[in-house]
Ligand binder design. Structure first.
Ligand SMILES: CC(C)(COP(=O)(O)OP(=O)(O)OC[C@H]1O[C@@H](n2cnc3c(N)ncnc32)[C@H](O[C@H]2O[C@H](COP(=O)(O)OP(=O)(O)OP(=O)(O)O)[C@@H](O)[C@H]2O)[C@@H]1O)[C@@H](O)C(=O)NCCC(=O)NCCS
Ligand SMILES: Nc1ncnc2[nH]cnc12
Length: 298
């Protein structure tokens, strides 16, 4: 009888609610998967093709996104344990970010799928976990920026593509974007997402428009490295042309989007940095609606 009761109690027990850190990691991974699935993105991996990439495909982007869940959860846990923006938290998420990169590389057999996304979403997950009463875009991006401004003395001095184009073109890359509190997300991508939704353009078109809006001004070091200033100019002006033509929901906008896709492919220019920032935009957009009522979580 006792054994029956134990089994019954176990069966009847309510499932443990997900912790805030787990929910934040879920939202970050969801944002990465939704970014990868969004189609048709210019010269990026999507449901149609691998864009300008020979070593990436949609399945790899999904596997990479899923491999990052533990790193995002640990960053959120660290933020709640440390509780304030300080060098210890910066050092801790720097280590967790590098461990996340290592997990990504193991999953993809050494292909860089999401380095920029780990950086952006890692900072934003941490910033969200630091103050669950303020999950609004402005507060979360400001806290992420403050964290990114703290030096990480364990930062490896590996020569990156971003550093190479910073030297060659003076481009402001992923680090500066974060330190400024992600203006490409909060001042450009998110307002466009909201405008296109309000205009009734449909969710997928609104997300494409948000990506295009980010592309109009971003110094995407991925594009600069592959295609120089000509590539960056083509990305920024081509994206603006799509929006000026009415955006992704219109026939003329779709024609301009197709032209942009062809032009970036011919230049081998992939806007990977803009794609990462679209994922950051989707994450920030969902935070308050998904987690705003803190009493739902332990
Ligand atoms: C601060 C770091 C982001 C390092 O920055 P850095 O510029 O030195 O390094 P990169 O290796 O170049 O990575 C930057 C990635 O960020 C994305 N990005 C580019 N421009 C911007 C921008 N203006 N704003 C925001 N984000 C941007 C972009 O990521 C995407 O592209 C990746 C593919 O790039 P690449 O490897 O160059 O690709 P290919 O051309 O395809 O190469 P081949 O293989 O074909 O040769 C892809 O991953 C996208 O995500 C840039 O690549 C940061 O990483 C860092 O310091 N980390 C240390 C850990 C840490 O402190 N973490 C704390 C928080 S988690
Ligand atoms: N969809 C995508 N295609 C290529 N590079 C990316 N980096 C992040 N998302 C990407």
């Amino acid at each position: 009888m006792r054994a029956f009761n134990v089994a019954f109690d176990t069966f009847d027990a309510a499932p443990n609610p997900a912790s805030l850190a787990e929910r934040l990691a879920d939202l970050a991974v969801d944002a990465l998967i939704d970014e990868a699935d969004l189609s048709p993105k210019p010269a990026l991996v999507d449901r149609r093709s691998s864009g300008a990439h020979t070593d990436l495909h949609l399945g790899l982007m999904h596997a990479s996104a899923l491999s990052l869940w533990p790193a995002f959860k640990q960053m959120a846990d660290a933020a709640m344990a440390i509780g304030e923006i300080n060098p210890l938290l910066r050092l801790t998420i720097g280590r967790l970010g590098r461990e996340g990169e290592a997990a990504m590389m193991r999953t993809t057999n050494g292909v860089n799928t999401h380095r920029g996304a780990i950086w952006a979403l890692g900072l934003l997950v941490t910033a969200a976990a630091l103050d669950r009463r303020d999950l609004f875009p402005e507060g979360v991006s400001r806290r992420a920026g403050q964290l990114a401004l703290i030096e990480d003395r364990h930062q490896p001095s590996n020569h990156s593509h971003g550093q190479a184009v910073a030297q060659k073109y003076g481009a402001k890359g992923a680090r500066e974007q974060a330190q400024a509190g992600f203006p490409a997300v909060t001042q450009t991508g998110l307002p466009q997402l909201i405008r296109s939704r309000a205009a009734g353009h449909g969710e997928q078109n609104a997300r494409l428009d948000a990506l295009l809006a980010i592309m109009t001004t971003l110094s995407d070091t991925c594009v600069l490295y592959r295609a120089g200033e000509e590539g960056l100019h083509a990305m920024q002006h081509g994206a603006q042309r799509v929006l000026d033509a009415g955006g992704s929901a219109t026939l003329s906008g779709r024609r301009a989007l197709n032209q942009l896709d062809q032009q970036l492919l011919s230049l081998n220019a992939s806007p990977g940095g803009a794609a990462d920032l679209l994922a950051a935009c989707l994450f920030i957009d969902r935070l308050e609606p998904a987690l705003g009522d803190e009493t739902r979580y332990i």
